[in-house]
Design a protein around this ligand. Structure first.
Ligand code: ADP
Length: 378
């Protein structure tokens, strides 16, 4: 019997990715990535996706389930979860923790419930992989009463990708994931790093929200919290202004006016000084995290690059890891020209193996969904 495919929805703050995926073979039967959507467009995009599936002859009965990527599961959701009314209420209650990211996912769930009422709907959480992060890594050194009352801790995101890529890296090396200490660098529009020891994450760069850590397309990552107080007190920014600054006018966008890495590289090559600085800040931040995570792990077996930038930009990989021979990292310039992967890009004499491994969040979600609901239904 061939496994029924899973419809995977990944509704972001301004984009919708969907894919009909066969969990057994990994084959994508149909998929689309709609970008730069306004809040109202997400509903229209969901209507279009239902129509497109119908036009392709894919009916509800042909599907095993619908899987939804939900960015924030908070303390409550740490495993793939079958959605019912109580779960929907739980997702709504988490909106304050991820005001930009969770509402479109909830809209996707409601839409899919209406369009495919007989199908199991499963929420898969991007925070779940990090649920057991060691307390030393998960805890902000702030007043405990305040953090407990408001559920303030480091949750971590991109867990679906980090887990998938760490598993694929181990498989590529023919080693059990339990035996490896790994650093995974997920570098897309959003970006995060994870330190993974024996298959369990022990540190990651995103925190309560996806704003912490690396320099991203429109988010700046780490910043002295005193800067925010200064902007509120002296700069006269409102909370809404600050929110807009941190989510949309920072990172590569804030430094150079370009959020897309391809545009950034074109500007760097054209001699644009702002773009050059943005590129340097981005690579410098990454180097700091690689160094920190090597220390957290006590040395790593593998460092892996993934997602749009990690898979496609040899120059970033070379600039981030240049001069780290003392730490056991030695890239091979020719191997490093690879795009996509999986491939080894370190030299044979490198103590740390450096890989490029493509991520596939949709396939990972599809597999987690069928692990919960199975592929056949009554
Ligand atoms: P997300 O899933 O978070 O939207 P992706 O993983 O698709 O992000 O990565 C998007 C980023 O990758 C963009 O900044 C894009 O410019 C960059 N990117 C993708 N392909 C290339 C490429 N060939 N060269 C340079 N940058 C690329």
């Amino acid at each position: 019997m061939t496994a029924r495919p899973v419809l995977v929805l990944n509704a972001g703050s301004s984009s919708l990715k969907y894919a009909v995926v066969r969990p057994d073979t990994g084959e994508t039967l149909l998929g689309e990535h709609l970008e730069r959507l306004g809040t109202d467009d997400v509903g229209a995009a969901l209507d279009r996706l239902v129509a497109r599936l119908a036009a392709a002859g894919i009916a509800a009965d042909d599907l095993a389930a619908v899987g939804h990527r939900v960015v924030h599961g908070g303390d409550r959701f740490v495993a793939p979860t079958l959605v019912d009314d109580a779960v929907l209420d739980g997702l709504e209650a988490l909106v304050p923790l991820a005001p930009l990211h969770n509402p479109p996912a909830i809209a996707g769930v409601r839409h899919a419930l209406a369009a495919y009422p007989g199908l199991p709907q499963v929420a898969v959480f991007d925070t779940a992989y990090f649920a057991d992060l060691p307390a030393a890594a998960a805890t902000y050194a702030l007043d405990r009463e305040v953090t407990a009352r408001l559920s303030v801790r480091r949750y971590g995101m991109h867990g679906i990708s980090h887990e998938h890529v760490a598993g694929r890296a181990a498989a590529f090396l023919g080693r059990p994931v339990e035996e490896l200490d790994q650093v995974v660098l997920h570098l897309g529009n959003g970006a995060s790093a994870a330190a993974i020891s024996g298959g369990r994450p022990v540190e990651t760069s995103m925190g309560l929200t996806p704003l912490e850590g690396l320099v991203m397309g429109t988010r700046g990552g780490d910043v002295d919290p005193g800067v925010l107080l200064h902007l509120l007190r002296v700069g006269g920014l409102s909370v809404a202004d600050l929110d807009d600054l941190l989510h949309h006018r920072s990172g590569l966008q804030g430094l150079s006016g370009r959020q897309d890495f391809r545009d950034l590289l074109a500007a760097v090559d054209g001699g644009d000084a702002d773009a050059a600085l943005a590129y340097e800040v981005c690579c410098h931040r990454l180097r700091k995290y690689v160094g920190a995570y090597l220390a957290v792990l006590g040395g790593a077996d593998v460092v892996t690059f993934t997602a749009g930038i990690g898979e496609n930009v040899p120059r970033v990989r070379a600039d981030v890891l240049a001069g780290l021979e003392q730490l056991g990292i030695h890239l091979d310039a020719t191997r490093n020209q690879v795009r996509g992967g999986p491939a080894r890009i370190s030299a044979d004499d490198s103590a740390v193996t450096v890989l490029v491994v493509p991520t596939d969040e949709e396939l990972s979600i599809a597999r987690q969904v069928v692990a919960l609901v199975g592929v056949s239904r009554p």
